[in-house]
Design a binder for this molecule. Sequence first.
Ligand code: 5AD
Ligand code: SF4
Length: 500
Amino acid sequence: MPKLFIDTVGCQMNVLDSELVVGSLRRQGYELTSDPRSADVILFNTCSVREHAEEKIYSALGTLKGHKEAHPDKILGVLGCMAQKDREIVTRRAPYVDIVCGPGQLARVPELIEQAKATRKKQYAFSLGRAEAGRLEVTQSFESYDPTRDPAMRPTPFQAYVRIQLGCDKFCTYCIVPSVRGPEQGRHPDHILAEVKQLAQEGCKEVTLLGQTVNSYQFHHGDGRKSRLADLLYRIQDVSGIERIKFVTSFPRDMTDDLIQAVRDIPKACKYLHVPAQHGDDVMLQRMKRLYTVAYYKEMVQRCREAIPEVAISSDFIVGFCGETEEQFATCGELIRFARFKNSYIFKYSPRRGTKADQLYQDDVPEEIKKRRNNDLLAVQSEISAADHQRQLGTRVAVLVEGPSKAALKEQGNAAYQEMTQLTGRTMTDHIVVFDGHPRLIGQTVEVRIEEASPWTLFGVVEPMQAEAAQLSQQGPPRDEPIPAGAAYPAKRRLELNLV
Ligand code: 5AD
Ligand code: SF4
């Protein structure tokens, strides 16, 4: 069996893309390995949102240079956003790479591998740049990639990402995504539903709908009808087997009342919204071309909270964007306190060639100041998260158990899938909860009483009924009982996410 190694950097969209690529290659007989040196095909699925993500890949490619030269038959491929953005640079910095393939051409990966093997020539596959042709042609060059899913390749068998939208049309000035992932396209709702039903039949309980601006999702049926995200949520509510529906990432301007009401009214909809604010100052927001003001954002948060009092909202922030003063930076902290975000992902501005900000503005905030602002904002968020967690002490929450905690895996390795261990899971509001239990609980929803809290994690105990079940199951499942889903997938066989 030929062996395949894949490393994935970046967002959930990349994790999904890697799952799909691996699925196609496994159907062709490839076996996944976690050691690049034992692989016949080595792939990197890349991200170009920040420079750091790209440097990680160049460094990984550098460490494989000698290996590839010693084994010229092995195929080395760079896939994803960096491939689309920097095909020449990749070829220059790592001339020994065989395949360079953009995110809109992933369906061709198996064929590119075969071609590279047969011809020993470099294989390239790209979509068109946004200015290279008319919208229709450019859009068509970013193909929807929806091959058959492979449950074994998901982070867990009972959770799945489902793409509902490709590309982005917002063109925030700092962001490379609209260039590398192409124009916004909504996927046909019937195809989305078919995929969700298939996933449910395979035992999937939670789907996370993915789009760069997922709540801008629309699909024109051609007869005057239009499907939107709220319509999808109502339809997925009716899919039996699915217990939870999430969607990321939302754009503030498109958080419409019909969507908020749908999240409120649909029992399976997680009461969790990821709506990046990016900044707390109007001048910065304008310079970022975010299309809303701070007042608008705050009003949006209030609308969400009024409709869904328990809702958890999370955000992204960019610190040290061009021209950011200390006063302007301070407004980000104020916004975190106002919105009481569950958590925020905070990034130091990283200029990206090809973006408007890179052409128009100076990256004039020194790195040390960016670093300090990043830490300062994290401290504000940590204080707000800690207070939010404190309020949850003593409450009982429904937790979908995802697997052994990171600490348990580190200590016990794969034994954590066999004996009593520390488990981790998430609530309907996307809060992380850690508690002791038997791995048989993986994939189940249990009730946990919250007893302790740190800023990033809640700690609890499984309520008596489940505790009893957990104890019973310590004796191990009866012979004829199927192995619990989670237990069948030791961590090392799963795709690892390498967040940057
Ligand atoms: N520099 C830093 N952070 C960025 N993001 C997007 N582009 C950049 C950039 N050039 C952040 C935004 C976005 C998240 C996915 O990455 O906060 O929401
Ligand atoms: Fe980038 Fe803005 Fe599109 Fe998000 S909405 S992917 S930040 S351009």
